[in-house]
Design a binder for this molecule. Structure first.
Ligand SMILES: Nc1ncnc2c1ncn2[C@@H]1O[C@H](COP(=O)(O)OP(=O)(O)OP(=O)(O)O)[C@@H](O)[C@H]1O
Ligand SMILES: [Mg+2]
Length: 285
């Protein structure tokens, strides 16, 4: 079992995209996965198709009031905990006893039910992110291949060291993940070369890079990951390769059918997904 926080203080670096798609990829490889949305923006919660206004329990209810863990099933083996949009959550958390340990203590009794728990963090430093890092085994840093993307990395590293020293000595860096990568731009190549020569990140930059892909913008609107939106897209290949790099596991034969069939079970009228399955069948013949 491993808990991984996905965090970068740079907004729009690809944190939520990574949680949704890496999580789905790990599930395709056969792992039992829980995704936790800890960002009050609720982008992952939206992507999972959860309605924040429906009154069903969320991470915040659980952390503040206890009760049963609000775990919802995406597919058999892939689960999520949604967040609420409660702007006062951090103030409430601040008043709690052992306020930095709340998430860790809540996860403790359930974590053995999963192989991987991925936490989608906010770009804002604060008590919620401290809780996430304190509850985690490792930190995965998505970093956009664009100007200013290194902004926030220094502060992130300071917080990482601080949390390791004060409360969670086992916290490691899972890796830096280059996102929105474009092989044909000098900037993407320069940034990769620079990162790989920084002593702090040496050996920590994932071999797999997530290429720029329009499908990542399109899929959340339909509450899909890229695997259900377009299983042949670069984005699906890249996140599956990342899951393989992290786990050293190999993808099963016929893996594209796994997310499409699971989605179709829940949404039997989805013509787009039916068409993708037909195309896969044609190629097989
Ligand atoms: N590899 C990619 N190629 C193209 N677009 C991408 C890629 N990864 C993410 N995006 C897009 O970039 C935007 C920001 O991504 P995302 O929401 O995952 O970032 P974030 O770090 O979670 O942002 P925030 O800091 O606001 O929480 C989204 O519109 C997403 O669809
Ligand atoms: Mg996000």
């Amino acid at each position: 079992m491993k808990v991984i926080s996905i965090l970068n203080y740079k907004g729009g670096a690809g944190k939520t995209t990574t949680v949704a798609n890496l999580g789905t990829a790990l599930w395709i490889l056969g792992y039992k996965v829980l995704l936790i949305d800890s960002d009050i923006q609720g982008n992952l919660t939206f992507l999972m198709g959860f309605d924040q206004s429906c009154g069903d329990a969320t991470l915040h209810d659980w952390m503040i009031h206890d009760g049963n863990p609000p775990i919802y099933e995406r597919y058999h083996g892939l689960y999520y905990i949604p967040v609420s949009g409660d702007q006062e959550f951090e103030q409430k958390l601040d008043k709690m006893y052992h306020r930095e340990d709340v998430l860790r203590d809540h996860l403790e009794p359930i974590c053995q039910m999963f192989d991987y728990i991925l936490i989608d963090c906010s770009f804002k430093a604060g008590l919620t992110n401290t809780n996430a890092l304190n509850a985690s085994d490792s930190l995965l840093i998505p970093s956009e291949c664009a100007s200013f993307s290194m902004q926030g990395m220094e502060k992130l590293m300071q917080d990482y060291e601080d949390i390791r020293r004060r409360m969670n000595p086992k916290l490691e860096i899972e890796g830096v993940l280059l996102t929105k990568y474009q092989h044909n731009t000098r900037f993407s190549r320069q940034m990769t070369a620079w990162l790989e020569t920084q002593p702090r990140y040496e050996g920590k930059v994932f071999q797999t890079r997530i290429r720029k892909n329009i499908r990542f913008d399109e899929s959340p609107i339909e509450s899909k990951s890229v695997f259900e939106r377009d299983v042949k897209a670069n984005g699906a290949e890249d996140y599956l390769a990342l899951a393989e790099e992290i786990t050293c596991a190999k993808r099963p034969d016929q893996w594209p059918y796994i997310p499409l069939n699971a989605w179709l079970e829940e949404h039997p009228d989805d013509e787009g997904v039916k068409l993708q399955i037909e195309e896969l069948n044609k190629k097989k013949r």
